[in-house]
Design a protein. Structure first.
Ligand SMILES: C[S@@+](CC[C@H](N)C(=O)[O-])C[C@H]1O[C@@H](n2cnc3c(N)ncnc32)[C@H](O)[C@@H]1O
Length: 197
């Protein structure tokens, strides 16, 4: 996973890029865990489906990704669909937003790409970008997902707690499914809700 741009430029596109929002994040809005109007940062936004969905549901949305190719696709989609999202190329380990900018930070598949040293850096950046009592929602592959197909790191509940507890109150870590192009019934994942202390 060293060159994200190359993966996005491949003709078949990445396995996670499903052309619609992840069902788990749709549920957060439908179940009123994310309540508009509010500000949202979708960090590691890829080609923007989740961010566009939030904007269509009356949130003010920024989407950030390291891959220029993903941001270009996200901007094109937003324009085609007549939706306003601030899509930016940038690094989640050095966020270029004022402290306390967001009510919500959402992360669909970014945290599980980081190594041990990057995890606390990322946690501190998310905490800084959130307002006090802002909420971080994160979905990552869980340690229940088989490793026979490769993919990113599997993450345990203990690792999530260890990383985020110093700056967040963990509301829940629950079983979820990642919809991908390579799973019939979805990949085993954890969805975490955590409130900034
Ligand atoms: C598994 S993909 C998920 C993309 C998107 N959230 C989705 O659900 O389709 C992980 C994304 O994180 C991005 N990424 C990786 N490292 C990053 C970093 N340090 N800062 C920002 N984005 C990063 C990649 O370019 C990629 O788009």
């Amino acid at each position: 996973m060293s060159d994200w741009n190359q993966i996005y430029r491949a003709s078949n596109g990445p396995p996670w890029d499903i052309g619609r929002p992840q069902p788990a994040f749709i549920s957060l809005v439908k179940n009123h865990e994310m309540v508009p109007p509010g500000t949202v940062l979708d960090v590691g936004c890829g080609t923007g489906e989740n961010a566009i969905f939030y904007a269509q549901n009356k949130f003010t949305v920024s989407g950030l990704d390291l891959a220029r190719a993903a941001i270009d696709q996200a901007r094109s989609k937003a324009k085609e669909r007549n939706v306003n999202v601030d899509f930016q190329e940038g690094n989640a380990l050095a966020l270029d937003f004022k402290a306390g900018s967001f009510d919500y930070v959402t992360d669909s598949g970014l945290f599980h790409t980081f190594n041990d040293a990057q995890r606390p850096l990322f946690r501190d950046e998310v905490a800084r970008a959130l307002k006090p009592k802002g909420v971080y929602f994160m979905m990552c592959f869980s340690d229940k997902e088989p490793t026979n197909w490769g993919g990113p790191r599997r993450v345990s509940k203990e690792e999530i707690k260890e990383t985020f507890s110093p700056r967040f109150k963990i509301n829940y870590i629950r079983d979820e499914l990642f919809t991908t192009k390579i799973h019939d019934k979805g990949g085993r994942a954890y969805l975490t809700s955590a409130t900034r202390l």
